[in-house]
Design a protein around this ligand. Sequence first.
Ligand SMILES: Cc1cc2nc3c(=O)[nH]c(=O)nc-3n(C[C@H](O)[C@H](O)[C@H](O)COP(=O)(O)OP(=O)(O)OC[C@H]3O[C@@H](n4cnc5c(N)ncnc54)[C@H](O)[C@@H]3O)c2cc1C
Length: 452
Amino acid sequence: MSESDILVVGAGAKAAALAAKVHTINTLGLGEISMTVIEKTEPAASWLGRNGMTSGEEPLAIPPVKDVGFPYQSSRQFGQVGDEIDAALLPFTWQRFAMERHEYATWVNSGSPSVMHRDYGRYLGWVLERATEGVSIYDGRVTEVALAEGHESWQAEVAERGRAEDPESHRGRVLVLTGPGVHRHFPHDPEVESRVFHCDSRREELARVPEGEPVEIAIIGGGESALSALVFLRALRPQARLTVYTPTLPLSRGESFLENRVFADPDNVDWEHLDVETRRDFVKHCDRGVFDASVLERIADDDHLSFVCGRAMHVSLAADGEAALLEFDSPSEGERSQRYDYVVNCTGFDLLRQLRGLFPDAVRDEVEEQCGPLWDSPPKTEVPIGRGLELEGVRPRLHIPGLGGLRQGPGFANLGSLGLLANRVLQPLLSELGVHFAGISETIEDKSLLLD
Ligand SMILES: Cc1cc2nc3c(=O)[nH]c(=O)nc-3n(C[C@H](O)[C@H](O)[C@H](O)COP(=O)(O)OP(=O)(O)OC[C@H]3O[C@@H](n4cnc5c(N)ncnc54)[C@H](O)[C@@H]3O)c2cc1C
């Protein structure tokens, strides 16, 4: 059994941001935090291209300078020493990583182009290797999380441990769950399964699409994962005809300085107190169901690609057994069906569906007793996520930053503000550990409103 202050499931982007901050705080002597990370595949598994989700060669939709410390405004959470913390984080920056590889000048001189998922994954792995002070990383798959005796901490059970001598259980005063989740369920008949792929299907599976033939493929979804599948399929099967079904008119992502400021600093617009419709609209315009403009440029002259506005509803096997039949509701023609060789479900990721499997029934009930209905709420319900990116009211704290986009700020569901995310998670823990920071400016009065 290992015991630490913070137990993190998954060594990805959020773990890297937390590890860098914990290392920095410990090294500066500001606190003594212990953190344990458990990773089932390999550090940065989601990004390297070896484990599904991405081939590794697809473009990252944010600039890599939004790295593990971004937006480097820690004084808002940690007062005067916040600046010291940010300065001590400089060895963990994307720039430092690129310099060490002698790639920085070339990257800047070529106009700081977008980087591949694989490059970003290597960066995260590099951070995790260096952020060692107080941080331990174990190989293993977390199979279950539950409250430890006395309900003072969380306990994770681990299978497929990297080394036989590694602990089977890990305890943490607080638990942080990471990862994008698993693909959202899309209704389809079991007989057509072999013709349906998902946004998290391993890229090798897509190689089932025959080569050198004008196959017809439908991609369902109007967001980043649809675009990622599209870019990958276009490179893999240049002759395929691709049709993207978007529920509303396809839109590119809003990312001017105005929108970006909200990702980096949601307090700037007093995000938490905006009405839910305004917050939802912003997320729709800037994150969910929108395409990255720079990636769209690459496919602008693709004459084997079309977009259909319509809500896809179901996939069945065609009567001759030789194709998939996609049923969809078109705003102009009502319910219709169309034949495809393959259908790719890119309707989004569902984090709660993935996490459900980690919690035994009794623990799920106990969590819901404290924070209200969670697991079976309808998909668009706002999840009660508090300022520390924790499930509100649940003790010991259970941080699920990926669910915090709507309630706390759009950047917490993605890579938009990893440094702030780490600060928000660490802030309550540090005050419990007796660490107090002077001169904290994070009061509502101090916030300059975006349009001031
Ligand atoms: C292909 C793809 C591209 C994306 N591109 C962008 C982008 O360009 N910009 C952006 O802002 N956001 C992007 N996102 C959104 C992205 O989901 C989040 O930004 C990101 O996943 C947040 O990092 P994380 O640490 O939560 O998860 P990850 O970096 O995915 O790390 C989660 C880790 O948890 C591990 N894990 C899962 N279950 C267990 C378990 N039971 N036991 C142990 N370990 C486990 C996984 O192996 C993985 O390494 C993308 C997501 C995907 C899937």
